[in-house]
Design a protein around this ligand. Sequence first.
Ligand code: HQG
Length: 181
Amino acid sequence: MNEKTAKNISKFLSLVLRHSPETINLKLDENGWADVEELIEKCSKKGNSLNAELLDYVVENNDKKRFAFNEDKTKIRASQGHSITVELNLNEAEPSEFLYHGTVGKFLENIKKEGLQKMSRQHVHLSKDKETAIKVGGRRGIPQILTVKSGEMFKDGFKFYLSENNVWLTDEVPPKYIQFT
Ligand code: HQG
């Protein structure tokens, strides 16, 4: 499989499984699952060639394991990153002392005032390692890495979730728990 094709399919799946299923008139259930046959059929109608084999390849080899099948592979969903409301039944977990968030300079002033907010997504996204945060911030420009005092937040009662693909998620990070240097 050509890596460019796989990337294009991944981007398209992110669009329809996280943000706009209506683009191809796809229905997601309340837990974010789409029927695999319906997805393949509706993608093809829109001129995107997708079949079970391609879908398997993308789910297996995706760099961030963004998508997951259910047990019998009749359904597929994104493991995190949604802007539409879905109930993922995420696992609550205790984070390490620090987690990291990659952003860019133009957001810092606001983040200092209001903390990290979920913006258009369902959660604030954090990572266990700085390298991942550098990549996330780097999508928008020169990355600025914020250190989140997740251990302290957890002690103070904030909930943390770990997605199937190991992204740390929380509802917000107030400014007092962020180290900006
Ligand atoms: C910023 C990708 C102003 C925040 C990545 C970020 C990630 C604020 C942007 C996943 C703010 C939101 C998520 C505030 C936060 N004022 N700006 N109070 N609070 N921001 O894309 O974390 O490849 O929704 O710093 O790898 O960048 O798609 O979040 O810059 O895991 O799988 O507002 O998306 O994953 O942007 O990225 P996003 P994110 P995928």
